[in-house]
Design a protein around this ligand. Structure first.
Ligand code: HH2
Length: 281
């Protein structure tokens, strides 16, 4: 396994000596696989602690579904969903909190409330505001590739070579982030599985993940329960655990150092087993 320096997240460092699981906490009524489950702030907070107990090293809080075709949520509503949860978690949870958003103002308020990682899912639609926010606050930033909005991304899934194009964009983002003043130690990259990608694109990105890993910063993969698994196995979201496990094992083997999942306990076993199999003998 490659050596990575810890990820610098404002006033704390996240050890990347082993693969880190990011537990998904969707405070939404309509996320594609767990919509409504953690919409109540009390339930969301308990679920976050459960995920840490099960091995999560980051809790990723999101208040707007980004699945293709999802209804947009206005800023006030998104803040109403995520802030109480972050405010409740920040003083007591042992792991960094990330804010998963497409809105710079939501990111800024979440950071004030205690988030120390900005999970920027705007992709090519970003205008540099997230970069400046990461630079001025010192939080870590995960830059994920996407195109358009949840309403338009499906139609924008057109590439000659998806791995080369996504890799080129991520490489360019690293330059932009460092010029904006973000420290190299605070950057992680994400190919954006399922975001303006069809099933074939997502499979290619995972198969050739090393080309993304070779860019340099630690790479996050979020394949959990996504539709490319449904396309291969012809199963609904709740039956995608084994498909997710296969994608997680392959991602770790190909060099991902952060893995975003819903089923933390199960995928923690998959990750730890894959790491053991990769130990030189
Ligand atoms: N995927 C989703 C949301 N945020 N962030 C990163 N960095 N990478 C991902 O792959 C990623 C992400 C979509 O999954 P989910 O949160 O379960 O669904 P929804 O967007 O419907 O809430």
């Amino acid at each position: 396994m490659r050596d990575y320096a810890p990820l610098r997240c404002r006033d704390r460092e996240l050890d990347l000596g082993r693969v880190v699981l990011m537990g998904v906490l969707n405070v939404t009524p309509d996320s594609f696989s767990d919509g409504g489950l953690w919409f109540d702030p009390g339930a969301a907070v308990s679920h976050a602690f459960e995920m840490v107990e099960s091995g999560a090293g980051i809790i990723d809080v999101g208040g707007e579904s980004t699945r293709p075709g999802a209804e947009p949520v206005d800023e006030d509503e998104e803040l109403k969903r995520v802030l109480p949860v972050i405010e409740a978690l920040a003083p007591s949870i042992s792991v960094p909190i990330s804010i998963d958003t497409r809105k710079p103002e939501v990111a800024a308020r979440a950071i004030e409330a205690g988030a120390s990682i900005l999970n920027d899912t705007l992709g090519e639609a970003g205008d540099g505001s997230m970069d400046r926010l990461a630079a001025s606050t010192g939080v870590a930033i995960i830059v994920m590739h996407s195109r358009g909005t949840p309403a338009t991304m499906k139609a924008l899934a057109r590439y000659d070579d998806v791995v080369a194009e996504v890799g080129g964009w991520l490489r360019q983002k690293v330059t932009e982030l460092t010029s904006a003043g973000v420290e190299a130690a605070s950057i992680a990259l994400d190919p954006g599985i399922g975001f303006a990608k069809d099933a074939q694109h997502s499979l290619q990105l995972l198969n050739r993940l090393e080309e993304i890993v070779d860019i340099g910063p630690p790479v996050l993969v979020g394949a959990s329960r996504k539709s490319f698994i449904g396309a291969v196995l012809d199963v609904d979201e709740e039956q995608r655990t084994y498909g997710t496990a296969a994608a997680v094992a392959l991602s770790v083997e190909r060099g991902a150092r952060l893995i975003r999942v819903h089923d933390v306990a199960e995928m923690n076993q998959v990750v730890r087993m894959t790491e053991a199999l990769m130990e030189p003998v």
